[in-house]
Ligand binder design. Structure first.
Ligand SMILES: [Zn+2]
Length: 83
């Protein structure tokens, strides 16, 4: 995964998963408490996220905090990059 540079001292923005959606390509998207969305793909051998492929797994991950890249970007710059 290519990650944007983030602050080293715990400055990452975290947000809970509150639900799920799918994008137009059928990729699973997590809805975050902050109002942003984040892709949660299971795409081996690059990304292993097997829980996302089952209903039960997704339910288990509700409330789990993910880094929200969009929140991080919002901190760094004013506008969304249209991602
Ligand atoms: Zn966010």
């Amino acid at each position: 995964m290519v990650r944007p540079h983030v602050y080293e001292d715990g400055g990452q923005m975290k947000s809970e998963i509150v639900g799920y959606d799918m994008d137009e390509e059928g990729d699973r998207v997590a809805l975050l408490a902050c109002g942003h969305t984040r892709h949660v793909r299971h795409d081996p051998p690059f990304v292993y996220r097997e829980w996302v492929t089952s209903e039960e797994g997704r339910r288990k991950y509700l409330g789990v905090e993910l880094d929200c890249v969009k929140c991080e970007n919002d901190e760094a710059r004013e506008h969304d990059r249209g991602v």
